[in-house]
Write a protein that binds this ligand. Structure first.
Ligand code: RVP
Length: 494
């Protein structure tokens, strides 16, 4: 039957990038790219919308590094929206949830609090959260009687305060003008809503590559599904200030995705909507036609994914990205290559195949900032990681219901034993802070770009070429004929 068999499908390990002429210096390289039509990042990396990868803490860390996190959706609408809010309030040097103390606490207690959180002063509030004053090291330094109450030594209201939503620049100006180090933020009723400190401005300088919106806030994305209250979820996320929404189900070539995209876009034209996941040109075209601002590609490549064995379905990822880019590219819609990356070299391979950014699960699940506790096993440290289609992620525990079931079209299955998992549960080695992991990943990408002679992501997308390799080529690519004695920070044996 003509057309029954598609061409050979290729994935990361099937190809290598061919070196090209580099008439530039490594310093000229820019890794800036687009996640969707209107959302840009300084490094082309997204953290996966998975419950063991991306919650607010990871999203904040990702955006500070210049990429972006996509908050998972296996939690209630309120919780997910609150996480968007946390990310959006985290930068511009502002603390949204400041440590506070009551007026009747002793100086001794205030000391301990400052020591524990390594802060130099604390806003004083009443039980309802109303700002009464501030107590700083300066107020306490000359007090010998440590049993005195905070209210006796604090600087009481009226203090210099800012309004919630004050711009970074205006806050800095107030700090400067009044020669103070801390600026409490209050709402109309005098309730403490945040704190801006000089120290946090220094932090902002520490992350010069941070990915920010027009107001200087860190950017963040969030996933929604197509079933149940998905539209209400999208609305809540938009209200919380999300920069882009990802309509994210495992079979993105379904009428439901374009419908959801259209519905969100019709009512919220100011937020980008990405659709997925797809693995063919036709599916990508359908999303382009539906007005998607970005297309997420990947059916089955994920490290924890069993779709290709349970359903026998998928397209090897390099081919899938390339096919999708044939529809997305001419329309100016960015492509996200989602899943299956194992090494930093895979990032450039995805970009050359046609992606604009990549989404990472297993490579980031071992970071300090990913949700979940460290596990010690035989002296080694691990963090748990699982597919959103795994039994664990889809199971309903106690009161909490699973929202990831509908990614795999099983929202109607109420009996956990009847679920058909498409993912597994496991653990990955602990990798330390995201910053060091990203340093290696982006460092590797820089090397790729220099080898290819591309200054920009668009350069390598346009000019990069692959060579297909054999099993012998793959063997030659990895370290061989040696026993590794020291672990490299960017290479783990196979
Ligand atoms: P990886 O980076 O290879 O760990 O893949 C992560 C991706 O795998 C996710 O972004 C998602 O698209 C996909 N995924 C998540 N859960 C499952 C599953 O249970 N099958 N797959």
């Amino acid at each position: 039957v003509p057309g029954k068999f598609a061409t050979l499908g290729l994935t990361y390990d099937d190809v290598l990038l061919v070196p090209g002429p580099a008439d530039m210096t490594p310093e000229e390289i820019s890794t800036r790219s687009r996640v969707s039509r209107n959302v840009s990042v300084n490094i082309p990396l997204l953290s996966a919308a998975m419950d063991k990868v991306t919650e607010a803490r990871m999203a904040i860390a990702m955006a500070r590094q210049g990429g972006v996190g996509v908050l998972h959706r296996n939690l209630s609408v309120e919780e997910q929206a609150a996480q968007v809010d946390r990310v959006k309030r985290s930068e511009s040097g502002m603390v949204t949830d400041p440590i506070t103390i009551r007026p009747d606490a002793s100086l001794q207690e205030a000391d301990e609090l400052c020591g524990r959180f390594r802060i130099s002063g604390v806003p004083v509030t009443d039980a309802a959260g109303k700002l009464l004053g501030i107590v700083t090291n300066r107020d306490m330094a000359f007090e010998t009687d440590r049993s005195r109450q905070v209210r006796e030594v604090m600087t009481p209201m009226p203090l210099v305060t800012g309004k919630v939503g004050i711009s970074g620049q205006d806050a800095m100006e107030l700090l400067r003008r009044h020669k103070i180090e801390k600026l409490p933020l209050v709402d109309g009723a005098g309730m403490l809503k945040g704190l801006i400190t000089v120290k946090d401005f220094v932090k902002a300088e520490k992350y010069p590559r941070a990915a920010k919106d027009a107001d200087g806030r860190l950017i963040v994305g969030a996933a929604v599904g197509v079933a149940g209250d998905s539209y209400e979820r999208a609305q809540a996320l938009v209200e919380a200030g999300v920069d882009f929404i990802v309509v994210d189900i495992a079979q993105g070539h379904s009428r439901l995705v374009p419908e959801m995209i259209a519905k969100i876009k019709a009512n919220h034209s100011d937020v980008d909507v990405v659709g997925g996941n797809v693995a063919t040109r036709d599916a990508a075209q359908a999303l382009v036609d539906a007005g998607a601002d970005g297309i997420k590609v990947g059916v089955g490549p994920g490290s924890i994914c069993t779709t290709r064995v349970v359903a026998g379905v998928g397209v090897p990822q390099i081919t899938a990205i390339h096919e999708a880019s044939l529809a997305a590219g001419p329309a100016g819609v960015p492509v996200i290559g989602d899943g299956g990356l194992q090494y930093s070299g895979d990032i450039a391979k995805a970009l050359v195949a046609g992606a604009d950014t990549v989404m990472l699960g297993s490579l980031l699940a071992g970071c300090e900032e990913s949700p979940g506790e460290l596990r010690f096993i035989n002296g080694k440290q691990f963090k748990s990681y699982r597919g959103m289609g795994s039994l664990g992620a889809m199971q309903t525990r106690g009161e909490s219901r699973s929202y990831s079931k509908d990614r795999y079209f099983q929202q109607a299955v109420n009996d956990d034993e009847k679920l058909i998992p498409e993912g597994i549960e496991g653990q990955v080695p602990y990798r330390g802070p995201l910053s060091s992991v990203v340093h290696q990943l982006v460092g590797g990408l820089h090397q790729s770009m220099f080898y290819l002679g591309g200054r920009t992501v668009d350069d390598i997308k346009r000019d990069g070429r692959f060579v297909r390799i054999t099993a012998a080529g793959l063997k030659e690519s990895h370290p061989h004929d040696i026993q590794m004695t020291t672990e490299a920070p960017n290479y783990s044996g196979r």
